[in-house]
Design a protein around this ligand. Sequence first.
Ligand SMILES: Cc1cc2nc3c(=O)[nH]c(=O)nc-3n(C[C@H](O)[C@H](O)[C@H](O)COP(=O)(O)O)c2cc1C
Length: 409
Amino acid sequence: MNILNGKNILLGITGSIAAYKAADLTSKLKKQGCNIKIVMTKSSELFITETTLESLSGNKVISENSDSPTLTNFSHLDLAKWADIILIAPCTANFMNKLANGHGDDLLSTICLAFTKSIFIAPAMNPDMWNNKISQASIKKLREAEITIIGPNYGTHACGDVGYGKMINPDEIINQLINKNIYSDLSGKRILVTAGPTREPIDPVRYMSNYSSGKMGFAIALAAKQMGANVEIITGPVTLQKIQGIKTTCIETSYEMAESVLTKIIDKDIFISTAAIADYRPKDYSQTKYKKEMNNIKIEFERGIDILKKISTEFKNIFTVGFAAETDDLEKNTMEKLKNKDLDIIVGNIANHELGLGFESDYNKVIVYSKYNSIEIDTDKKINIAQKTMKFIANEYKKKLSLVKSNVK
Ligand SMILES: Cc1cc2nc3c(=O)[nH]c(=O)nc-3n(C[C@H](O)[C@H](O)[C@H](O)COP(=O)(O)O)c2cc1C
């Protein structure tokens, strides 16, 4: 399978002497089956013509200078949504430093700011510019922001200087894109995500529930979609907007959640249970409202269906991911859940309404375990946590698949 086939690549070209290599890169990406849109910075036009790149990419080049009728006020957002990958090659010192500091003062840098998926840059510059402390600080920042830096190579430069800073050749750039994407790609995979709380009715006006907001589940679903997966959500009552392109089913009780999961799980590859499904529900539902004249009431609760365990034990071919919201002993409780429920992956976090942790917050901090690996993701926005978690899930899923395949042979 060619992992780049059909991918939308936004190729950014900046003002380096190595810009001529972008022509070869474009035709090689095209041979991989990529759809290519090229965005040129103003200064890059001194080094290579739009005509060359248009002929090779098969698409109109987008540049600051072009009064292209296709450019609108929202082109930066549309292009950021269109692209699966942004590759900037060659990337000048100027652009690298801009990117590292979050500047958006031209079309290409603004697209990068609005982009939520993987960015790759292939730096090309004089060795002194590369070794410059500011450039090196930018490299560090870019790596922290999970931007992949491809190269540069060591060698003799056009100016005669020798050292690091030469743009890596197009074949090697493509190899690195392929390697990075093999594991972080979920194209065509069918993923079912559960999200939010459930409500367990007590009487016609009361229910028992929890503080889950559904934010983590929706972020996981969005991150999975961004990685090319075909995602469905089943959610309890939440106030979040549905995500475009994700089929969303709304349920209320844990019983409805179980029914819906069991109907939809059949054709799925991965099940991610982020929902805070009630473990217990009132044994007897009162058909009439409990009256306030009663001094004390006793409500007996019974254990509901353990949906996650049911899926992991009865649907062995489905890769199963659970979330553990714990109030204490996070590591121990999370590991135990991984083992007891026979899961492929568990994501653990501390949830405490009073401390503002977990459920309702826009931020989270998690530990993620598979049977063989683990990562800790420090406090960050839920969407960033979700993207890192989904990468881990994709890697472990691919490893399991290749293990199953090699056992079958
Ligand atoms: C002949 C020539 C070659 C250049 N080559 C490079 C280069 O290889 N790398 C680099 O970082 N800057 C190079 N520059 C400087 C950039 O073009 C300049 O910093 C420009 O403002 C970059 O704009 P951009 O990053 O928006 O494309 C070169 C300039 C000239 C005149």
